[in-house]
Structure formats: structure tokens, C-alpha cells
Design a protein around this ligand. Structure first.
Ligand code: 5GP
Length: 192
């Protein structure tokens, strides 16, 4: 998506450890008009699929999901990152190792908010090694619901996440696909 690629080139900062910082429009300050355009694009790609729920993960996914949901006219559910052990039976639990922090934690969703009739679109900001997305897919599958697809704002295509998700047979739509990035030379995109 050209609008997004242009914004990444203009404002993205390539940091150490394969991390792209997009704090000024996505991860800290949010450019609502831009993210709303991304939501419209997710709708264009996934409309007609009977999606009745959007699932994301706190924190950065929430804003994107909430600016996407109005196009589908569906609610947003976000998985919570839990530091305590969850033994209660009223939540679905999966494990995620954070790409940016390197720590592993449980993610949870209340059983009240995911059920077997749901057709779920999963939304997140980045796809790197795929751990966040695989954790979210686990939660949907634990509920017996259907993953219609995954909508990602920025895919770092050289990392294994995209391949892992496609191998699971999940439809993946990434609005910007980064082929490579370098502190000195910046970002290059996958050419479709
Ligand atoms: P994965 O689980 O696919 O390895 O990583 C996805 C998660 O890690 C995203 O939810 C995002 O929060 C974070 N992440 C991965 N790569 C980047 C990056 O380059 N920049 C930022 N800001 N976050 C990232």
C-alpha cells in the first residue's frame, strides 16, 4: 500500500536488532487518519467473508483494530498479556515470546468473547517471527472459532513469520512488506 510505504520511508527509523520504529504514526503517537485508511484497506481485502469479530493483542494492535472495526461494523476483542499464572477455567490461554522484549508470557482472552460461531479477523501492527500471531490463532482455535485471515500493517518478510502463517493455511494480508532494512541505507519493500 503506497500511502503506508511512503510514510514508513518518511518517518520510520531503523533501529538495532531488526526493529523498525514507527512511533510517530503507529506505536506511540497515532495518526488516526492514516490508520483509518489502513482499516479501510483491510475492509476492502476481507469484505464479504462474514467476519463478525476482530481479535488483536494489547497494546499496539488495539488502536489499529478499533480504526478497522467500524468498516466491518463488528466488535474488537484484545488478548491481554498476563504476568500471573492463569489456572481459572474461564479464559483461553496461549504463550507468546515477545520479539521486541525477548520475554515469554501468557496471553489470555475470556471465553465470554470468543465462541465457535465466530469468524475472526486477526489484526496486528508487525509480523516478524510470527509468535504473536500464532498465539492469537491458538486462542481462536481453542474456542472452536474460525480464523478468516490475518491483517498486518508491517510485515518484515525476511523473518520467518509470514511463511509460518501461510504454512498453517491462514490467509495473510500485509499492507507493507519490507524486504530488507539497514541502519544506513533504510528500508526496501517487496515488489509484487
Ligand atoms: P512476532 O511475534 O511476529 O515475532 O513479532 C510481532 C510483535 O513484535 C508485534 O506485535 C510487535 O509489537 C513487535 N514487533 C516485531 N517487530 C517489530 C519492529 O520491527 N518494530 C516494532 N515497533 N515492533 C515490532
Amino acid at each position: 500500500m503506497k500511502l503506508l510505504e511512503d510514510r514508513i520511508v518518511k518517518d520510520g527509523i531503523v533501529g538495532a536488532g531488526n526493529v523498525l520504529k514507527v512511533d510517530c504514526f503507529l506505536n506511540h503517537q497515532i495518526d488516526v487518519a492514516l490508520i483509518s485508511e489502513l482499516g479501510k484497506e483491510f475492509y476492502r481485502r476481507f469484505q464479504g467473508e462474514g467476519i463478525n469479530k476482530i481479535l488483536t493483542i494489547e497494546a499496539s494492535g488495539i488502536g489499529i483494530a478499533c480504526l478497522t472495526a467500524p468498516y466491518f461494523n463488528v466488535p474488537v476483542v484484545f488478548a491481554k498479556k498476563s504476568k500471573t499464572k492463569n489456572i481459572a477455567g474461564d479464559v483461553y490461554v496461549s504463550k507468546v515470546t515477545s520479539f521486541t522484549h525477548g520475554t515469554t508470557h501468557d496471553i489470555i482472552v475470556s471465553k465470554k468473547f470468543l465462541n465457535k460461531n465466530d469468524r475472526v479477523l486477526i489484526i496486528d501492527d508487525f509480523l516478524a517471527r510470527g509468535q504473536a500471531l500464532l498465539g492469537l490463532i491458538d486462542l481462536v482455535e481453542a474456542a472452536g472459532a474460525t480464523v478468516v485471515g490475518a491483517g498486518i500493517v508491517i510485515e518484515k518478510s525476511w523473518q520467518e513469520g509470514a511463511k509460518l502463517i501461510r504454512e498453517r493455511g491462514i490467509r495473510l494480508e500485509s499492507l507493507a512488506r519490507i524486504a530488507s532494512m539497514d541502519v544506513d541505507t533504510g528500508v526496501t519493500f517487496v515488489k509484487d
